[in-house]
Structure formats: C-alpha cells, structure tokens
Design a protein around this ligand. Structure first.
Ligand code: ARG
Length: 593
C-alpha cells in the first residue's frame, strides 16, 4: 500500500481510513491532519466526531474502535483515543528514519509529484514599457516566481509570461511627448519611405523622463491628450513610423527590465506583451458579436457579465470605447485566446494586485461566456495585498512619489552592506565580494519580508526588521544555511563522512526528522493555496530545529563515531532540504556571512 509518492500525512490518512472502513464507517472520515497541539501528538484525526453525528453513535466508542484497529500498525508509535472523540497519532521513530533514508537516496528528497501534470500559464510581472518598474511590481515578481518554481517542481508544465504593458495609451503619450521635443524626426513624417534608423532616437533616461512628463501634461492639456489617444490608435493600426518608434522604446525598456528582474532572480519563459494579443483582437470581437454577447450602449461596446445570484454588483465589461479605442479588458480577452492557441493551458494564473479583482472577474466571466477557453479551463486571479509604509499607506519615496524597484533594491543592498560592516566576516571579504554578498542579503531580506505574509495580506515595509539576524527574516535563513554548510565542510576536512541514520537520540532530533518529513505536505498545500508563505514557515521550522539540534549536540567531537556519522547524515539531508526550499523561493545564499 506504500506508494512512493505519498506524503507522511497522506500515508497516515490511508491507514486511518482503512481502519474506519474496517470498523464499518465511511473511509473518508479517516482524514489525518498535522496536530494543532504538537505538545500532545504529531498528527490527529477528528473523524469520529463527524461519524458520531452520521451514525448516531457515541464518538468515544467510534474513536476507541478505530484506535484498537490501529494498534498493530507498524508505522504508528501511538494511536490514542482522547475524549470526546479525537484520535491522537504519533509515527514510530523507525518510520521517521525510513522516510529520511528515502529522502537521502532520492534527488527529489522523497517529495511528492502532482498526480496529474497540468499545463499552467502564469501571468506575472506585468511591467509597463517605458514606465519604470515600481514597487507594485515587486510582489507579483516575488510571489509569481516562487509559484512558478513550486508548480514546476511538482511536475506541472509551466509557462511564465511577463505580459508587458506595451500597447496602451502610455505608448501614444510617449510618442506625442517626443514629437513635441523633436518634431523633425523621420518617425513623424508620413511621407518618409524608410528605412528607419536602427539606433533609437532617445536614451533610456530620456524615455523614463518622457512618460511622466507626457502623462502629467495630458492631465491638463486636452489637445495633447487627444493627440496621444490618436497616436495610440495609429500605432495599433500599424502606422510605420510609430511602429518603428515603438520598437525602439520596447527594446530599450526590455533591456532595462531584464536587468532588474535578473537582480531579483526572476526569470520569465516568455517575454510576450499586450501587443502580442493584437492579432487576436478582431477574432475575439467577432466571437463576442456572433454569440450575441456584445452590444452598443452609450456608444461603447459592452458585454453583460452579471449573474442573478451575484452578491455584489458586477458591471458590464467595456470592450471598445465610443472612439473605437480598446481597453485593458480587450487586451486581456484577446490574450486569453492567444494563450489558448499557443499553450492549450488547463489553468491560467494571474498574479496581480487585489485591487484589480473586479477587472479579472469581468474578464474571466466574459471569456467563459464566449467560450474563448473550454469550460473546464481555470482562469484564476491570484491576488495580493499591498506593501505599505509605516503610515499604513502604499509605500512611497521620501518625496511622496512611487518608489522605483531599482531604487528599492539599491536601498536594501546599501542597508545590508552597512549592517555587514558591523560583522567580523566583512573584514575578510574583498570589496567586490562584500558588494555581491550585500546584494544577496538585501534581496533575501526583501523577499522573506514579503513572502512570510500570506499573499492576500498587506504588510509594512520595515527594513530594520527585514534585515534583522533574529526572527523570521531572510538573513536568519541564509545564516543557518551557511552554518550547516560549514559544519559539513569541517566534517569533511576531518575525514568524517555521513553514515547510517540511527534512531533519534533526543526530542529535538525527532522533531527535526518530523519537520523534514512534513515538507511534502507543505508543498502540496502551498500549491493548492497558491501561497508560498507555507514554504517560508517550513524553512523557519527546519532552521530553528537545526539550530537547536546543533546547540544541543557536539557533533564533530562526539566520541561515538556511528552517532557522529548519523548526525552528519541528518544534517546533510537538512542542508539539501533547506537549499531546495530556498531555491523555490528564488533566494540565494552567500558563501560567507
Ligand atoms: N501592466 C499591468 C499593471 O501594471 C499589469 C498586468 C497584469 N496582467 C494582466 N494580464 N492584466 O497594472
């Protein structure tokens, strides 16, 4: 009955379910969960309480019957009835060792694989061309990247797409902003026959200045705004000079974006953008029309997506404005068609700020009404809260503006560097090494500061807390990883090698084995919840136990060689597990700290 792919909790559920069945009850009642009272037991099953209602029987009798059946189970050290109808369970030390041996001999550390490999498109990042990345884009990058890595590790086929904002009004604004500065450029001359220059007419810095200036101007200057809207439409209709300009903007912007994402270790499979959906817009509009879904209201083309039993008002989605221009929803619907054709996904995840939840509700409903994807294809908004300043409002720069991501990375890196200067390690590092180390520490601090919270929660950006060496922080995890590595290195230098695992010699050791064996369940839960915070918690559990274990045992000087080598084995497995989990969060560990 032992299936290689089952986690410890799943294995226990199977065993307890069989026991319920053998006693004449529905096996479904045998679901086992990790104990919420770890001081009393490792796992628990509350099935007898539900069974009592269903079978109109005393829960104590049911739990006792099931407990009696479980007494002979070799993997259980304890199956105990606790009034009024709980079953408290502990696994045997032998079983914990067996699982640890499996981890040791498996490149995947005996971690589970998805039962069915799904094809998943993950839409994350969502930066806008020419507008610099800002911290609103930080969370989608950090959370999205770890979800992509997790899904892939579990065996799913994942396509991560950055979905650039490269097709909206900002393009027209920049075009008109540039025209106001340099009207003589060939891109604006409709009689120009080409070819257009291969060098861009602006630098990245120019571009980054053009957008805010043009955007500000459009708010007060109606004529300018109208010109920008017109230019956007002309670009979308393929006006050659504007397309040539747009390509320059795109390439400058993408080169820069790739640098910022690389610093964060965020790696997209596809660099597609809103513009890649453009060839699908007409087809999508045709489908909406043929199905009788779209109609004109106040000059705009709209689709009703409300349902009778809606608890909140879901307004119609606007597909085309009265001036014929397309909207965010138009692009998203066309993108769904493009993704369906290109990737045939089972699921599409949108890792985007909670504040866009209404938009996605409308888009998803419209896509399903129009059958742009099969009914069973899941379109999911994986929303997240905002990163706030200490005032509880979305984080801003000192002058009140939105902080650029590159500045944020520089801020955390500088702070990490300053902090490092206080430590002894800093003195043995070259300037270059220290800079690289500070960047790893700063980015890990930022990532854990984010990922430790459930994604739907807002959190407060607090650099001192993020960088602290104690508490649930990135540096704490990195430090633990460095320490384990150094113990293993010292052991190797003394000629010791990890040996056969012996039964746990202490409660801490047993807890460490149990924590290792629980990672599989954590990963499955993180996946089904689309929430990486559970992975962080597993890391803190493991590192905390390792630190305690290390403090309690003098590993390298242990006179009993078999014990020493068993401990070395245990920490080598722990080291592998910690680095695997850190890699799922895209966190790097410096060599020294
Ligand atoms: N570019 C958008 C923004 O900055 C995010 C795009 C999210 N993805 C999507 N398919 N709508 O808000």
């Amino acid at each position: 009955m032992e299936n290689k792919n089952l986690t410890v909790r799943q294995t226990l559920s199977q065993i307890v379910s069989s026991a319920f069945e053998a006693c004449g009850y529905d096996p479904e009642l045998g679901a086992v969960t990790v104990s919420n009272r770890p001081d009393l037991c490792q796992f628990q099953c509350n099935g007898a309480l539900s069974a009592a209602k269903r079978y109109k029987k005393n829960p104590a009798i049911i739990a006792q019957e099931v407990a009696a059946k479980l007494q002979e189970e070799p993997i259980l050290a304890k199956a105990e009835f606790v009034p009024p109808g709980f079953l408290n369970l502990d696994v045997s030390d032998a079983y914990l060792i067996e699982r640890a041996c499996k981890m040791d001999s498996d490149v995947r550390l005996d971690l589970p694989c998805a039962e069915k490999a799904l094809s998943i498109v993950v839409d994350y990042g969502g930066p806008n061309v020419a507008k610099p990345l800002h911290i609103g884009h930080l969370r989608t990058a950090i959370i999205g990247e770890s979800l992509v890595r997790l899904a892939r590790f579990l065996g799913h086929k994942v396509v991560g797409d950055v979905h650039l904002g490269d097709w909206g009004l900002q393009m027209g604004l920049i075009i008109e902003g540039l025209r106001a500065q340099k009207p003589e450029l060939c891109y604006f001359d409709e009689t120009f026959g080409g070819p257009y220059p291969s060098e861009p007419p602006v630098t990245l810095d120019d571009l980054n200045e053009l957008y805010p200036a043009a955007s500000a101007r459009s708010k007060t200057d109606e004529e300018f705004k109208a010109a920008a809207q017109k230019a956007t439409g002309e670009l979308q209709n393929g006006r050659p000079g504007f397309v040539a300009l747009w390509k320059h903007f795109l390439s400058l912007s993408v080169t820069d974006l790739k640098k910022s994402y690389a610093k964060l270790d965020v790696d997209f499979d596809k660099w597609l953008g809103e513009s890649d959906a453009a060839p699908y817009v007409d087809e999508m509009l045709g489908i909406l029309k043929d199905k009788g879904l779209s109609y004109v209201s106040d000059g705009a083309l709209i689709v009703d997506v409300a349902k009778e039993d809606d608890e909140e008002e879901i307004p119609p989605i606007i597909i085309e404005k009265s001036d014929g221009s397309q909207l965010y929803g138009t692009t998203d619907l066309a993108t769904i068609l493009q993704r369906e054709r290109d990737f045939d996904p089972d699921e599409i995840w949108y890792v985007v700020d909670n504040r866009q939840s209404m938009h996605f509700k409308q888009v998803f409903r419209c896509a399903h009404l129009a059958a742009l994807v099969p009914e069973e294809t899941k379109l999911m908004h994986i929303g997240f809260g905002t990163m706030n300043g200490k005032d509880g409002k979305p984080y801003k720069t000192r002058d009140g503006g939105v902080m650029r991501l590159s500045d944020l990375i520089a801020t955390v890196t500088d702070a990490a560097r300053e902090k490092m200067a206080e430590s002894a390690t800093a003195s043995v590092l070259s300037d270059e090494e220290a800079a690289a180390c500070a960047e790893k520490i700063g980015i890990a601090a930022l990532k854990i500061g984010d990922l430790i919270n459930h994604r739907t929660k807002d959190y407060i950006f607090d650099l001192d807390r993020f960088l602290a060496s104690e508490g649930k922080t990135g540096p704490y995890l990195q430090y633990a990883a460095v320490r384990i590595h150094s113990v293993l290195e010292k052991a190797e230098a003394q000629g010791f090698t990890p040996g056969k695992l012996l039964p746990p010699a202490s409660d801490t050791e047993r807890a460490l084995l149990l924590s290792l064996s629980g990672v599989g369940d954590t990963l499955l839960r993180a996946f089904s919840d689309h929430a990486p915070n559970g992975i962080c918690e597993a890391l803190f559990d493991l590192t905390g136990l390792f630190n305690r274990f290390y403090y309690e045992n003098k590993i390298l000087t242990c006179p009993d060689a078999a014990q020493r080598d068993s401990w070395l084995k245990l920490i080598s497995i722990t080291e592998r597990m910690i680095s695997l989990l850190l890699s799922l969060l895209a966190i790097q560990v410096p060599e020294k700290m």
